[in-house]
Design a protein around this ligand. Structure first.
Ligand code: PPS
Length: 300
């Protein structure tokens, strides 16, 4: 087995094969065993770097696949409908006994996912978000999640993020690896910002990829029930059903701001410029751009 190392700036995490895992929630043996997890043709995996639109896309998938939920008649936690594959201690679901089509969620890097997916079997939706907003969102999340180590201030967290010493490791590595390996998978790449700017078009794109035909009325309902304001009212979307003491809701809500450009309220000009330079160095060779601000709609 590859070496397991301590993450210097966060005692709750360990590093394994270039990725940072929560010590208490994830075991390397289990993560390795996922390589052999048998994939079915109609499996769908939602994969994200943390804070990039996971719960939002879970909600969309849930609404696309489940008409009862679309009418609000069925209350069910999205993480039961679209369970995580890597958090084996959080869910006791036996995936092999689940009826098809199975929907999964994961934050894993591409080198950890079941090898069956690498042969184009099953479908993957990979959602990306501009990393400055990911930093801001993750900074708040870290403060409210009991199992994460809270940074004393934004500057400290900013450095931790740049060093890849946060859960899931380096954002740059995650996005680069998925992006450059996209041809090995049957994958649809989506950007959080496109969902903000035109959710209906993104849902249509998803439906085409998933081969799910929705009529206009159903499409409208899906879009309406996945807006930030609708989801903000939903205790499941806010993870209020998680085990007690998992999150401190006095500190904040999971459904926090749901926008583009909130990083500007925390990042100094110097931090932003330093980030731009690193972004250019690490990602500049990729044909990949992000929307950093909703008003200016500037692209990088
Ligand atoms: S996690 O912990 O990795 O699963 O978090 P994730 O769900 O990926 O990201 C949480 C952020 O997504 C925002 N969110 C939304 N934005 C717009 N519209 C909708 N419907 C929506 N649902 C979730 C959520 O508010 C978090 O972003 P921030 O910036 O913190 O508000």
């Amino acid at each position: 087995m590859d070496t397991i190392t301590q993450v210097l700036q966060d005692s709750n995490l360990y590093r394994y094969k270039g990725f940072c895992f929560f010590k208490e929630l994830m075991q390397p043996e289990y993560i390795d065993s996922l390589q052999d997890f048998e994939i079915r043709e109609d499996d769908v995996f939602l994969i994200t770097y943390p804070k990039s639109g996971t719960i939002w896309t879970q909600q969309l998938l849930s609404l696309i696949y489940s008409e009862g939920y679309r009418n609000g008649t069925e209350q069910m936690d999205t993480s039961e409908r679209i369970p995580w594959i890597e958090f084996q201690s959080l869910s006791k679901i036996d995936h092999n006994r689940r009826p098809s089509p199975r929907l999964f969620t994961s934050h894993l890097a591409s080198h950890f996912v079941p090898r069956g997916l690498k042969n184009g079997k099953g479908k993957i939706i990979y959602v990306m978000r501009n990393p400055k907003d990911v930093i801001k969102s993750l900074y708040h999340f870290e403060a409210m999640a009991a199992y994460a180590e809270t940074s004393p201030d934004f500057g400290h967290f900013f450095q931790k993020f740049l060093d890849g010493e946060v859960f899931a490791g380096s954002w740059f590595d995650h996005v680069r690896e998925w992006y450059t390996h996209k041809n090995y998978f049957n994958i649809l790449l989506i950007k959080y910002e496109d969902m903000i700017m035109d959710l209906r078009s993104v849902v249509k794109q998803m439906c085409t990829f998933l081969e799910k035909e929705l009529d206009d009325e159903s499409l409208d309902t899906v879009v309406k029930r996945a807006t930030f304001n609708e989801m903000k009212k939903d205790p499941f979307a806010n993870k209020e059903n998680m085990p007690e003491d998992f999150f401190d809701f006095k500190i904040g809500k999971f459904m926090r701001k749901g926008t583009i450009g909130d990083w500007k309220n925390s990042m100094t000009v110097a931090q932003s410029e330093a980030f731009d330079k690193i972004f250019q160095e690490k990602m500049g060779d990729l044909d990949l751009s992000f929307t950093w601000d909703i008003k200016l709609e500037s692209h990088m």
